[in-house]
Write a protein that binds this ligand. Structure first.
Ligand SMILES: NC(=O)c1ccc[n+]([C@@H]2O[C@H](COP(=O)([O-])OP(=O)(O)OC[C@H]3O[C@@H](n4cnc5c(N)ncnc54)[C@H](O)[C@@H]3O)[C@@H](O)[C@H]2O)c1
Length: 387
């Protein structure tokens, strides 16, 4: 079969991770890249042997050879770039959150409805970790019985100090929610995936721990640490922390919290599901292991092993047990599932893929909006209150 030609816009932290995933799956050729930082774009195009390099993303979108495009730009560009990709009739794989807010993601859904042939995916990659997929199938098969509770968190420390700064702190670039949209959204997607049900009601405490931050006078890359920097004080309105009670459509109740100011926590995404027969606990920082809690026999440590995993997971786990698979592999699995779907000629209106779709991205944007509203008005908010 002819190789699909792929373009990628935005060659920062996550753009490079997408390149790695694209190069690992085969049958897909990364033909063009674009970044407004053209020196960086040319350097990375050379490093990865990419044929074409554009300074203006419009030129990449309009390149007739390109079949599908990854949008790895900051959040404020997602709407414009995704809309242009869809209108150019190309498949789109966007970074999360889908837009700055639910209004922007609704606009993308409206445009997408005019192009039913287009496959539109969003990179909620943690759901594609082998043991998350395995947990999903075990729960579906009734292994832990009726589900009673789900809880967990996503905690980081990279915005702990008031001198920590990046475009994510600026509402105009990141959107009205920071911590929930940036990392809480991953917890929401992972929980909804394993439960096979959506959050329909929330009650949240949303807190900006550091309302003033020191903005470096020069630009700082994501996660970079720079010494001897000059700063100016800026007011920050987006949240550093949120604690959220959640109810799911299937009646399950739970809670999660997310924070970017927890010293020592890096990418501490964890999820526990408690059922009538047993519990599961998974933490992405030890993603090859899952704890199974039992009442009447000893607890168990499930170690990822393709021999003992649900058949449906076999496309998403390939190393023999003992060779760890982690976040990079979840990225590979997400991109693999996206292109398999396209190559098999499947359409989103007739097939449900394993990767997250724009529709799910839009739903999560509405959950985020409900969380902000709940925090502001200090009450439970139902999803049907959010358009
Ligand atoms: N799925 C995940 O696990 C995950 C992880 C990290 C980031 N992200 C998402 O990825 C997106 C990018 O985040 P990042 O951490 O890579 O940011 P980043 O700042 O490291 O990279 C963004 C890149 O976009 C480029 N860019 C900016 N304006 C542009 C334009 N007009 N045209 C072309 N390129 C442009 C920048 O020069 C930069 O290279 C965000 O939406 C973020 O939420 C997702």
């Amino acid at each position: 079969m002819k190789s699909l030609k792929v373009g990628l816009i935005g060659l920062g932290f996550i753009g490079v991770a997408h390149i790695d995933a694209i190069r690992r799956i085969g049958g897909v050729e990364l033909s063009a890249v674009s970044d407004v930082n053209f020196d960086q774009a040319k350097q990375r195009a050379g490093q990865f042997g990419v044929e074409k390099c554009y300074e203006d993303f419009n030129d990449l979108i309009n390149d007739p050879e390109i079949d599908a495009i990854h949008n790895c730009t900051p959040n404020h560009l997602h709407l414009e770039v995704n809309q242009k990709i869809i209108r150019a009739g190309k498949h789109v794989f966007s970074e999360k959150p889908l837009g700055l807010d639910a209004d922007e993601s609704a606009q993308m859904m409206a445009t997408l409805s005019e192009y039913p042939e287009i496959v539109a995916g969003i990179n909620f990659c943690y759901r594609m970790t082998p043991l998350v997929q395995d947990m999903k199938h075990r729960i579906k098969n009734g292994e832990i019985g009726d589900i009673y509770l789900v809880h967990g968190s996503y905690l980081q420390d990279w915005l702990l100090y008031d001198t920590d700064y990046n475009w994510r702190v600026v509402k105009e670039f990141a959107g009205p929610s920071r911590c929930v949209a940036d990392i809480g959204s991953h917890w929401i997607d992972t929980a909804q995936t394993v439960l096979g049900s959506r959050i329909c009601e929330v009650c949240a405490d949303v807190v900006t721990v550091l309302p003033t931050r020191k903005k470096p006078v020069m630009e700082v890359e994501t996660y970079a640490i720079v010494e001897d920097m000059e700063y100016e004080d800026v007011a920050v309105t987006t949240e550093d922390y949120a604690g959220v009670l959640v109810k799911f459509e299937n009646g399950v109740t739970g809670l999660f919290h997310c924070s970017q100011v927890c010293a020592g926590r890096k990418c501490h995404l964890n999820l526990e599901v408690n059922g009538s027969k047993a519990s599961y606990y998974w933490n992405q920082e030890t993603s090859d292991r899952m704890w199974k809690g039992n009442r009447d026999i000893n607890n168990e440590l499930v170690i990822r092993n393709p021999h003992f995993m649900a058949q449906q997971v076999h496309d998403y786990t390939y190393m023999p047990a003992g060779h760890p698979e982690g976040w990079n592999d979840a990225m590979r699995n997400t991109v693999f599932a996206f292109y398999q779907f396209i190559k098999q000629g499947k359409k989103l209106h007739s097939h449900k893929p394993d990767f997250a779709t724009f529709e799910e991205g839009h739903y999560i944007a509405r959950v985020i909006e409900a969380i902000l509203l709940s925090g502001k008005e200090r009450r439970w908010v139902r999803l049907d209150e959010i358009k």
